[in-house]
Design a protein around this ligand. Sequence first.
Ligand SMILES: Nc1ncnc2c1ncn2[C@@H]1O[C@H](COP(=O)(O)OP(=O)(O)OP(=O)(O)O)[C@@H](O)[C@H]1O
Ligand SMILES: [Mg+2]
Length: 288
Amino acid sequence: MTETRTDTSRLPEHVPAEPLTARRGEPGATPLIDMQDISIAFGGIKAVDHASIDLYPGEVVALLGHNGAGKSTLIKILSGAYSRDSGDIFVRGETATIENPRDAKKYGIETIYQTLALADNVDAAANLFLGREIMSGWGTLDDGAMEAEARRVMGRLNPNFQRFKDPVKSLSGGQRQSVAIARAILFNARILIMDEPTAALGPQETAQVGELIKQLKADGIGIFLISHDIHDVFDLADRVVVMKNGQIVGSAATSDVTDDEVLGMIILGKCPPGATPGPGATVDDSIN
Ligand SMILES: Nc1ncnc2c1ncn2[C@@H]1O[C@H](COP(=O)(O)OP(=O)(O)OP(=O)(O)O)[C@@H](O)[C@H]1O
Ligand SMILES: [Mg+2]
């Protein structure tokens, strides 16, 4: 049905559904994302082995684990980069068909990669609309509409940002992150995947990205955050999920576990009392 789209008819596909707002544990809460029993193998390697993970509105879920644990692979199944061998994905409680990145975007799932896919030589507004430009009725680019929209979205995310006319290559790492995130938000992302967003940033810019994440949370967006930095994780995440050898070791609210316990999950696969064990948890014989 297109008749309700008059306002946005010049914009590419939008996600029509209303935002879900109930948080984890609240009555009637429905996960934005529920991945159940997901597996994928490459040759003989079980990169993801019966993994289940979920994400609620306004929640940051950190995905942790050693190199090769399966974090990126699990998240690439959600973003449509890989097709799973088995398992189910539910978006807002309904079975989702995600076979390619375009499908994922239709469900409001956007990925911010560490190597930000920005066009360096053009400004923030041009980047926000890259490949999905607003056209005027005459079939030309509507620069005014794009800049106004860029100012609206960037103003909400990063009110101090003023450099709308500068090519993005001259921006700081944190500002570039804001542009990449604004691009996702502009197209109604409700679920953001961030794979090591602060790995290349200095302390001040890392703090700036932290502020962005808090703003997104307040807006009810759900975020999967892949990070190697356990301090980042305790500062920003509501929950941690640890993977090892393709399996989920366990998951916990960050308030229920210490950083040493999380390190024990990552290194030893040992699930502490405050966490819910997954199929990859090491069985501790000493307590039997
Ligand atoms: N396209 C692929 N072809 C073959 N093997 C792959 C492919 N992608 C991932 N793997 C393998 O799957 C396993 C999980 O890799 P993955 O990249 O998901 O780990 P990760 O937890 O993201 O690690 P890192 O912290 O290094 O990013 C590894 O053994 C990896 O070599
Ligand atoms: Mg990875």
